[in-house]
Design a protein around this ligand. Structure first.
Ligand code: GMT
Length: 376
């Protein structure tokens, strides 16, 4: 039997995709018998209850009057040193480069001076490369941390290419796509729940995101308005973030009140996806599009853009449609064509579910486990 590992997972605890992937990975590794130590500033949202083999170490940030900005990276580094030493971890796996990769490097060096060797793996998720990371105020640190990681992974081929294009990379990059538990998203035809939102049997169209500019949530409203002119449908918004206030304003001035609902943050998106007919994700860039994959696993076709890693998840004209970023007319045209042909919609729904199985966690987990053993 292979030795079970003690793994420190460093992540953002919020609703962002990297935190979700890191938490689900840790939970699954724990159920395989590995000992998982989550290290971050608050309890990860997807870690609803503590389970066997799972530990959570909070990075507590104290406010000292001198600091306008508390140096989180240093507090995290100290926490990593502490947890690695006292929990006798075998390796660290950090999700999202900023500031986790450089903190892990620093911790590694401190521990080395005490004769403790700890390898660390960096998983790049998206905006740590495509938006924030390539900014000159971060770039040298990110390049250094990537090149000095014991292994580097990206969640899509597209993100690997972006990393190679924007940074001077000397390290090897391995692509390990995102994953989900497809069983969790299997349809259970909850008609009662559906009728709560589709009071007259309307189609349900959904958008889930953290409402940042990169998601182009305004395009969701534009596309929905066009569809609504021809097809009875309702729009459900799930999530929250900086753009929500503008989108709400737009909705109030241009849509019927009962047509668009804002549900806010939900711990689980399963129920909403379960009653959805179409998913809209008009993002400017998306390294992978975990939300799209969750929709597809729930048999929901996706109307999205051909940006970043989305074409690796959604197959145009098969389980969804890819349009140019900002081409809301094309997105609306594709959505209307699909919703107005029941047979075609049903074929797309089955194709979406079938494609999602390629990213089932049971296929991806062994790849991570092998990588851990390789770096050790
Ligand atoms: O950048 C974000 O939107 C958040 C980010 C994260 O790290 O939380 O999401 C990125 O990582 C997800 C998980 O790997 C991917 O599914 C998202 O596509 C990616 N977001 C972007 O690239 C914009």
């Amino acid at each position: 039997m292979k030795k079970k590992l003690k793994i420190g997972i460093v992540l953002y605890p919020t609703f962002g995709g990297s935190g979700v992937v890191a938490t689900e990975l840790g939970k699954e590794l724990a159920s395989e018998g590995h000992e998982i130590h989550f290290i971050t500033y608050s309890k990860p949202v997807r870690l609803s209850e503590l389970r066997e083999n799972i530990y959570f170490h909070q990075v507590s940030i104290s406010n000292y009057p001198l600091f306008d900005y508390t140096p989180y990276e240093q507090v995290l580094t100290s926490k990593l040193v502490d947890v690695v030493k006292y929990e006798k971890l075998d390796l660290l796996h950090v999700h999202y480069a900023i500031p986790h990769a450089s903190a892990a490097y620093m911790a590694q060096q401190i521990l080395k001076s005490q004769n403790i060797n700890i390898p660390f793996i960096t998983t790049l998720h998206g905006t740590d490369i495509t938006l924030v990371g390539k900014d000159p105020s971060f770039e040298p640190v990110i390049t250094f941390a990537i090149n000095n990681s014991n292994a580097v992974t990206t969640v899509s081929e597209s993100l690997k290419q972006d990393t190679l294009n924007h940074f001077d990379i000397t390290n090897e990059i391995k692509v390990i796509p995102n994953f989900i538990c497809t069983k969790h998203y299997q349809l259970d035809n909850n008609e009662v729940y559906k009728s709560r939102y589709a009071t007259n049997g309307e189609f349900i169209i959904t958008h889930i995101s953290n409402f940042r500019k990169v998601k182009r949530v305004g395009d969701v409203v534009k596309v929905f308005r066009e569809i609504r002119k021809q097809i009875p449908c309702r729009l459900l918004f799930v999530g929250d973030g900086p753009e929500r206030i503008n989108v709400e304003r737009e909705v109030r001035s241009s849509c019927e009140r009962e047509d668009v609902l804002f549900l806010g943050h939900l711990d689980s998106t399963r129920e909403v996806l379960n009653i959805s007919d179409l998913f809209l994700l008009p993002s400017e860039t998306e390294s992978f599009g975990l939300a799209a994959l969750e929709a597809m696993a729930s048999s929901v076709p996706v109307i999205t853009t051909n940006a970043g890693g989305l074409p690796e998840v959604v197959d145009h004209n098969k389980n969804g449609f890819l349009s140019e970023v900002g081409d809301v007319n094309d997105m609306a045209k594709n959505a209307i064509a699909l919703l107005s042909n029941k047979e075609r919609l049903s074929t797309f729904k089955s194709a979406a579910r079938a494609k999602s199985l390629k990213f089932d966690m049971h296929k991806i987990l062994p790849i991570y486990e092998q990588l851990y053993r390789d770096v050790l």
